[in-house]
Design a protein around this ligand. Structure first.
Ligand code: ZN
Length: 252
């Protein structure tokens, strides 16, 4: 349900974040030099020299196998701040861990406390599920931008302001074996930078979703609070029409 009258700007000016406090930096287990604060790594990339991306088991897994992919040796709070070299290695880390431990793997990103992130240092999670997650049909939407590899769109049935779908231009069945995984993550970082320019530091979730014979990366910003109507009835009251979201993201 699109209800644009409810708010002019969904984020209503989120103030910029304070820089990390000394305590945040000293206690961060994902920063370079703090490797002994995590369980032993399952993968580091590159394999020679200083690591740029590091994979470790999740200390508090909800499911049997859950791993954390640290996106940078620098203390960055958003994947938007990761460099191309780091994003390409994040894609390679997802690909290699999924290949090394076959199963029903999903990849997801939580950014910001309100979106479920317990640590601010940019990271993603790989979760091995006991059974395959539900496959979802590709949503149709309003085009935000397009490259020769990836399309970005705002779904017509966007559940939240700036919900965005990033997908390879050609049908491709396996995200973790895909040559488009890296480019898709680079475009995700670009879209989040645009979102930051529009709304400030936005808590967000993102995840890889598979359909029948295709896959996509869904960005789900958390500018609004999900309440009883959303959780109980599955009815999302979205204050930002998707065509407006597409226009703003496209020009930001
Ligand atoms: Zn850190």
């Amino acid at each position: 349900m699109i209800a644009p009258g409810r708010a002019k700007r969904p984020g209503a000016a989120r103030p910029p974040l304070d820089p990390p406090s000394p305590d945040e930096l000293v206690s961060c287990p994902f920063c370079a030099g703090h490797e002994d604060m995590t369980p032993p790594q399952t993968l580091v990339l590159p394999e020679q020299g200083d690591w740029k991306v590091r994979v470790v088991p999740n200390l508090y897994p909800a499911l049997d196998r859950q791993e954390v992919v640290v996106h940078s040796r620098r203390h960055i709070r958003s994947i938007a701040e990761a460099g191309s070299d780091e994003l390409e290695l994040v894609a390679e880390a997802w690909r290699r861990r999924a290949a090394d431990e076959p199963g029903n793997v999903i990849a997801l990103i939580n950014e910001g406390r309100e979106a479920g992130a317990s640590l601010p240092h940019s990271h993603s999670q790989l979760v091995w599920l006991p059974e395959p997650p539900p496959r979802r049909a590709s949503p149709r939407g309003e085009l935000v931008l397009e490259s020769d590899q990836v399309t970005v769109s705002s779904p017509w049935a966007s559940r939240v302001p700036y919900e965005t779908v990033i997908a390879p231009v050609e049908l491709d069945t396996d995200p973790f074996a895909s040559a488009w995984l890296g480019p898709t993550l680079e475009v995700l970082a670009d879209v989040i930078r645009r979102l930051h320019r529009l709304e400030g530091p936005v808590p967000l979730n993102a995840w890889i979703e598979q359909g029948e014979g295709d896959w996509r990366l869904v960005l789900f910003p958390r500018l609004t609070i999900l309440a009883g109507l959303e959780l109980g009835a599955g009815i999302h009251v979205n204050t930002l029409p998707p065509e407006e979201a597409a226009a703003r993201l496209g020009s930001a």
